[in-house]
Design a protein. Structure first.
Length: 214
């Protein structure tokens, strides 16, 4: 039979465990709410733009691996660094990495930086690239090239490729015949130096929930 002191110890341990769980939930809620939802996308895009393209010209030093000081970025954008952290660590934001008080974009740079492959993933079941019908002739001739960016960006989600294409006009979604040329840089994102024309096929832009049809 257990003594009163043992029962008391168990009770205290259970209460402590419940308190820690409650505090964890509160901290997570505060992080999720630290940036108003209507400003989340705008701030995320601004962060990405500075880290990918124009940070140094705006007083935000970016090193050769793409990292900038979280404090420098927050000061330039006139926000609290906790807002940047809440966005960078949000599950729906695979584009950022935070490390030791520094932050970087994982892909999409025109700045001369080198981003090492940070994750190890198996081969994707499919890869897609979203573009516009207005440049399809050039793509058929030359393939997909980085243009002003350093790498071509691919996704394993056809709907995301469609959303990218829609930003450029009437969208077209291209399926990529896979090789070993693609490098994973973030969850759901791969990059390649050049996708040759013979590896491309157009898929139905009206993607249904069941998936894309070739």
């Amino acid at each position: 039979m257990r003594s009163d002191s043992e029962c008391c110890t168990d009770l205290i341990q259970n209460l402590a465990r419940e308190l820690l769980q409650a505090l964890s939930r509160i901290e997570q809620n505060e992080a999720n709410e630290s940036v108003p939802s209507h400003d989340h996308r705008r701030l995320s895009k601004t962060m990405a733009y500075q880290l990918r393209h124009s940070g140094p010209s705006n007083g935000i030093p970016v090193d050769n691996t793409g990292f900038a000081s979280m404090e420098d970025l927050a000061r330039s954008l006139k926000v609290d660094s906790s807002h940047l952290l809440a966005i960078a660590e949000h599950p729906g934001e695979p584009r950022f990495e935070v490390r030791d008080g520094r932050i970087r974009a994982l892909y999409g740079h025109t700045l001369d930086v080198v981003i090492e492959a940070g994750i190890k993933l198996g081969a994707p079941t499919a890869l897609y690239h979203g573009s516009s019908w207005s440049v399809l002739d050039r793509i058929v001739r030359d393939g997909v090239i980085p243009m002003e960016r350093r790498m071509v960006h691919l996704t394993n989600v056809a709907e995301e490729a469609m959303a990218v294409g829609e930003r450029k006009g009437a969208p077209v979604v291209l399926a990529i015949e896979q090789s070993n040329d693609e490098t994973p840089v973030a969850e759901g994102i791969w990059v390649s130096a050049h996708v040759l024309p013979h590896r491309l096929s157009i898929i139905n832009p009206f993607i249904e929930e069941a998936g894309a049809s070739r």
